[in-house]
Write a protein that binds this ligand. Structure first.
Ligand code: ZN
Length: 74
């Protein structure tokens, strides 16, 4: 699992490294919130697909209230 952010609006999402599942809300990564990153647009600005999000910096992750140990791939 790694966190990604929308380059347009800084919205935080997450993508699973194992099965490629996407999550528009990085705080809610239960099985019920899984989306297809290729066909799901940013929930906030709607401009970019989740697949087009960029990797989030570890500083941003901490700022958002996450523990870096929870996520990999920074
Ligand atoms: Zn966005």
């Amino acid at each position: 699992m790694h966190l990604v952010e929308c380059p347009e609006c800084d919205s935080l999402g997450a993508i699973c490294d194992e099965d490629g599942a996407g999550y528009l809300d990085a705080r809610d990564i239960s099985g019920e919130t899984t989306v297809d990153p290729e066909s799901t647009a940013c929930a906030k600005c709607g401009v970019l697909m989740l697949a087009g999000f960029v990797p989030t910096s570890s500083g941003r992750v901490i700022e958002a209230g996450f523990s870096p140990s929870e996520f990999e791939g920074f």
